[in-house]
Write a protein that binds this ligand. Structure first.
Ligand SMILES: Nc1nc2c(ncn2[C@@H]2O[C@H](COP(=O)(O)OP(=O)(O)OP(=O)(O)O)[C@@H](O)[C@H]2O)c(=O)[nH]1
Ligand SMILES: [Mg+2]
Length: 363
């Protein structure tokens, strides 16, 4: 399973357009249903390994995108975002909030005017309402269970109550959970609630073609305002990116060069999502297949093995590891072995970005 990212935003902000750009999809813009799609994670080192090792198959890591379809404005006020929509949103690793900046008279804006900062605040508020509703309900249950609890049990319950009340108070002061300074332990203890404001968020400001020349300066300006923990903001022209995504690579490349666009919006968006999520890449080369995998930057070798197969995690013996630059220098694993550059690592080895790993395991 790759990472999963949910695309949210107000009505007609360009969610499906951005979704199509990211997944090279052709999802129906008129359909209000949720769209699911996959993107291959761009990884130049994978290409290099493939040309060097000439495997039968090259498999990039995958990122899953969900265009949730609905506008989330007004959903949170009374009971919080609920039902199927909440389930979908709760299960994603990160959110992309698409905010409209393109002007088009023929496409009405939900608020009848363009205002990027207002729209960002609206979404933040909806997500906060959703989290507050969950906390509210949990606090009620805690009250009840405290009445019947033995002294030995109540300590843990009181600790949870205190933590949730603190989070609630901060949320009410408009501080999303991702910006609340929780310790690793605290964050872990609330992870099962899958709070929406705890998720890393990439804000994609969807600009019109005519705004392209100002894209970079607009982005700099926005970043001054929104340099917050676990949140990044970029400008993209959704419509253009979607059209480029349908072209072949050379066509798109030529177009970008002509317009001075250095990197595709697609590459940037995925890269930033990865950064926000603290993900790194590692590679495997077994059975003539060169594969890229995504994993959290603090993950151990045995967890990395588990990404590939649960049997590998259970039967983990050790990992044979070489860094990407070392392997490139040697040209092949056998040459690297001769030079003594293959390291044997145990379960607790922390996987480094670019590691090329062979797992030894028994089942
Ligand atoms: N001019 C211009 N139009 C755009 C841009 N991005 C999206 N649009 C148009 O805006 C309309 C809405 O875009 P969608 O991608 O369907 O927006 P959405 O957020 O998915 O809309 P809903 O799912 O209906 O809430 C479509 O007609 C798009 O073609 C853009 O960058 N420039
Ligand atoms: Mg849509």
């Amino acid at each position: 399973m790759g990472v999963s990212i949910g695309i949210i935003g107000l009505a007609k902000s360009g969610k499906t357009t951005i979704f199509n750009a990211l997944t090279r999809g052709k999802a129906d813009m008129e359909s209000p249903a949720a769209h699911l799609g996959m993107a291959k994670v761009p990884e130049p080192r994978l290409k290099m390994l493939a040309s060097m090792l000439q495997p039968k198959k090259v498999v990039p890591a995958e990122a899953n995108y969900t265009d949730i379809g609905a506008s989330i404005k007004g959903l949170g006020k009374e009971t919080g975002i609920s039902g199927q929509l909440l389930n979908q949103l709760s299960s994603v690793d990160a959110l992309i909030n698409v905010v409209r900046a393109f002007s088009d008279e023929s496409i009405p804006h939900i608020e009848d005017s363009l205002d990027v900062e207002r729209d960002i605040a609206t979404i933040d508020l909806e997500l906060a309402f959703s989290d507050l509703a969950i906390i509210e309900r949990r606090l009620e249950k805690i009250e009840i269970s405290l009445k019947g609890a033995k002294p030995t049990e109540s300590q843990g319950i009181l600790r949870e109550q205190e933590r949730l009340m603190k989070i609630k108070a901060d949320l009410e002061k408009d501080v999303p959970i991702r910006e609340q300074r929780l310790t690793t332990d605290q964050a872990r203890s609330i992870a099962s609630y899958q709070f929406l404001t705890a998720k890393p968020m990439l804000i994609v400001v969807n600009i019109g073609e005519e705004q392209l020349p100002q894209a970079a300066s607009l982005e700099t300006e926005l970043n001054l305002h929104y340099s917050r923990p676990k949140c990044r903001i970029i400008t993209l022209c959704g419509k253009l990116e979607m059209e480029l995504a349908q072209l072949n690579n050379e066509g798109a490349e030529a177009f970008r060069t002509e317009f001075g666009m250095v990197e595709s919006g697609f590459d940037r968006t995925i890269k930033l999502s990865y950064e926000l999520l603290g993900l790194i890449s590692f590679f495997t080369t077994a059975s003539e297949e060169v594969k890229a995998w995504s994993i959290h930057q603090d993950a151990s070798a045995v967890k990395a093995a588990g990404k590939i197969h649960s049997d590998m995690e259970r039967g983990f013996i050790r990992a044979e590891v070489i860094s990407y630059p070392d392997l490139v220098k040697c040209g092949s694993l056998s040459e690297a072995r001769k030079k003594g550059l293959l390291r044997l690592e145990g379960k607790n080895y922390i996987v480094q970005d670019g590691d090329v790993i062979t797992f030894l395991f028994n089942v």
